[in-house]
Design a protein around this ligand. Sequence first.
Ligand code: SF4
Length: 347
Amino acid sequence: MFSIPELRFSQKYPFSVAAKNVIAQSDFTLENVPESVLNRAKAMVHAAFTDQEYRPNIQTSPELLKNEILAFPASKILVSIIGRYELYRKFSELFSNSIFRNLEEEKDGVLIDLASELNLRFSLSDSQDFFVELNLIDYLRPNLEETFMKLVNRELKMGKVFLTRNDFARLISIVVGQGIRDSLPVPLKGIPNFFKSAAESIETEFSQSVRKKFSKTDFGKVSPESFPPCMSKLYSDLVQGVNVNHSGRFAIATFLASVGMEAGKITDVFRNAPNFNESTTRYQVERIAGVKGKGYSSPSCDKMRSYNLCVSNCPVSHPIIFYSKEISKTNSKINSEENFNSAETNA
Ligand code: SF4
């Protein structure tokens, strides 16, 4: 029997030994997952997909708290079934950020206990300016992408890195996030079908929201010089008559439709392709663009990678985001040039 504070702790830190004990002592099996647990798991995955914050539901009932704790392994199963690299990253970041926020409000002992559970070697610092002195090897363990965590910005002495309490909390949350990321995908053998249906419904909902966000967006005149590298390559290959495979043709057609190119112009892009057939191409393009039928959304970077069509490592999750950012940059440059010119004229 676990006390409410123990359950609350496990809810906030679902990776912890305490949370694993709660799961081990529950009668949780994959076949008998209650609907309430599955719903919480879906909410976690949905929050990750849509870049929302995950705030554990504050509960006072032990049963509801247990549901929240059990929802974490269930959500990892859902994420693994969906199987998108981008979602693995978002899911681990969701928990990393949530853990950091919780750690900020905890007593020092909680940070110390959790860091020890994670096998981080440290000692409390004698310096008033720092909280701990951490073994350099352990500091280099996680992927410290944030500039403020970079070693060059740290106080370093005799193989120890000096960290404030806040930075120590950040480090713990990054190590946890990486642990979650490394644990994905979980093995899926023998997973009941209702998990698959739940994962499908989340993915469909997400795809629809992406489609809504990225389809028929008004970017103004289509600007090929702002295309991401993958689409630039497909576009120039097609225009030059290089044979582009089916996935590539689908990707560029959906992309061009999403950035506002008319179906007739998209058909023209395919004109030099080997075996070009005007009426077949026009029919397919109109279906893709939604002139006929429901239309299709442009593939994400994850999908592009799975098609072997990604040719760079842009800091975006979707080619349309790349395009949208480039267009914004160009527009603000034009605006500032116009303002400069009118200021000169008025001078
Ligand atoms: S990272 Fe994304 S936008 Fe960049 S080339 Fe790859 S698929 Fe295209």
